[in-house]
Design a protein around this ligand. Structure first.
Ligand SMILES: [Zn+2]
Length: 199
């Protein structure tokens, strides 16, 4: 049996998703066409709509339907602080803490030379421009504590330090409610190194 050309095309298109090879793409395509045509239709429509209306905020670079996202448009934020995160989800997590009232910059990734992600792909030119707007006094690096996140933080700090802006990195340490006996030794070592005065 020969696969219809349009089905072949769908399978090929599904392979643009991360981690999806030919087999899973075929499984997905069969599922959509055989078992869930309604879901497939919703997927097609929402994908089309999102592609048309979702772009990036001109200030913080997160996904936004407006040129300026609601966070940047809000007049109640501290515009002397700029928190740099990797992904929009990190920004959302930070917002949920209600512990931060400053502005954001979302890199939409992290430096990863092996995957072809360099300074241009994570919009560092835009970040540099943002950090030099004359209002920002402190850039808080909140990239992940992974090898790539650390390398990204280091690269950004080198880049921005030449411009007279204070640069800080979010701390590592004990989790809330964490007991020392349950914490891995790397975290415990960091918590010791990054100890702070309490009086
Ligand atoms: Zn924004």
């Amino acid at each position: 049996m020969q696969t219809p050309a349009s089905l072949e095309q769908l399978i090929e298109a599904l392979r643009c998703l991360p981690g999806v090879g030919p087999k899973s793409a075929t499984r997905m395509a069969y599922h959509l066409l055989q078992r869930d045509r309604k879901g497939a239709n919703a997927l097609a429509i929402s994908l089309d709509t999102a592609l048309q209306v979702v772009s990036h905020c001109q200030f913080c670079n997160t996904f936004s339907e407006q040129p300026t996202c609601p966070t940047c448009a809000s007049g109640n934020r501290d515009n002397t602080l700029l928190c740099v995160v990797e992904m929009p989800t990190d920004m959302m997590m930070m917002e949920q803490t209600h512990a931060y009232q400053g502005m954001y910059f979302v890199l939409m990734g992290r430096l990863s030379p092996l995957d072809g992600v360099g300074p241009k792909e994570i919009h560092l030119e835009k970040l540099l421009k943002r950090a030099q707007d004359g209002l920002i006094k402190e850039v808080i690096l909140a990239t992940n504590y992974t090898v790539e996140g650390e390398a990204t933080a280091h690269y950004i700090s080198e880049l921005i330090s030449k411009h007279g802006v204070k640069i800080t990195r979010i701390a590592r340490g004990m989790p809330m409610g964490g007991e020392i006996k349950h914490v891995d030794s790397g975290t415990l070592a960091q918590a010791m190194m990054e100890r702070r005065n309490i009086v």
